[in-house]
Design a protein around this ligand. Sequence first.
Ligand code: IMP
Length: 427
Amino acid sequence: MAGIIIVGTQWGDEGKGKATDQLGERVDFVVRYSGGNNAGHTVVVGGETYALHLLPSGILNPNCVPVIGNGVVIDLGVLCAEIDGLAARGVRADQVLISANAHVITPYHRVIDRVTERFLGKRKIGTTGRGVGPAYADKVNRMGIRIQDLFDESILRQKIAAALEQKNALLVKVYNRPAITVDEVYDELMTYAPRIQPMMADVATVLNDALDAGRTVLFEGAQAHHLDVDFGTYPYVTSSSPIAAGACTGSGVGPTRIDRIIGIAKAYTTRVGEGPFPGELLDDTGEALRRAGAEYGTTTGRPRRCGWFDALVVRQAARVNALTDVFLTKLDVLTGWDKVPVVVAYDVNGVRLDAMPMTQTELHHATPVYEYMDGWTEDISSARTFADLPANTQAYVKRLEDLVGVRISGIGVGPGREQTVMVHDLL
Ligand code: IMP
């Protein structure tokens, strides 16, 4: 049996899709367990680029069953469009299994996400505006709509009406927006429900049975540790649990069934949206990294904020997620620098901290302390073994490994599926 979790160690966009896809050929099930279509995974297969938002990246491997767990919030229109988009390019995607307990993003969640951000003004979170946060809020508030509700008209109408009583008061009285009708919401959901019905499944049972039968299940994290609602830079976080523990609550598989937890770390750091980022480079260097790494959001197209590798950020994720391995991505982006700085500590009001501070106030006042590694100019994109890497690149990787405290088992040296250096097998 093998239960494997892939989790982001920074603020998302670490290139998790590539790592998942790498393993996907050897796994039987790939599971999304948190988030919604706020995620953006770019996978390049055979020279073709696929941008996925809701479906697990494993969809691109025909022998792998893609699964959407109960921890995910689903915009049905986006899901169907993604399935159709893949089908148009010859990728069969209708074999996806969707948990009956997953929640649905409705039109009122999307509207509320956007108007709330506008209302917050300077205090905005910088959400993706997809309705993800409001859908999770309703889930916890016990007024959400689940996939299974789509197939009971009377229950569905009652639930929509109850939710709209509250949402319309908010939209009309607080935000000065038009009210939404029950029919509008019902009709949108019904446009897609017939397509969703054959995909609905008891995902917890399917996955536990699969593990019992010795199959391999890969849990694919979206977002990342530092966007986690509990462990991230709250309130500048997403509204779910992208950390490894979330794979269990978001799918119905218990912790003892997990064998490997692979943290994905970009060889530098990026973040989209608002929130503290001590190593952020607001100068030409940041711009150069953004250009070299094509750091623009897959989901919203926003330019990503960039900085050098922050060892405190990834080490914290390594501990809370109990990582067994790290997969380092986009190392090729760092080619050509004379020196490659690494954040090894923070200075908080004159005090050196070797780990992330306990409080957000301290984090807001943290400035990075750098160690400067020698750079390399050689093209590393065709390296396939660790020995193929130049000596300075090897030294950089080894240093990150020491700082993070977890072995680096895989290294991405280019966007293609094959552009990977494997150091230790991930399965
Ligand atoms: P939300 O998830 O749309 O509510 O946005 C909350 C925060 O999480 C914002 O800062 C988003 O930019 C960030 N976020 C959400 N999903 C992703 C992702 O997949 N990658 C990077 N950042 C994300």
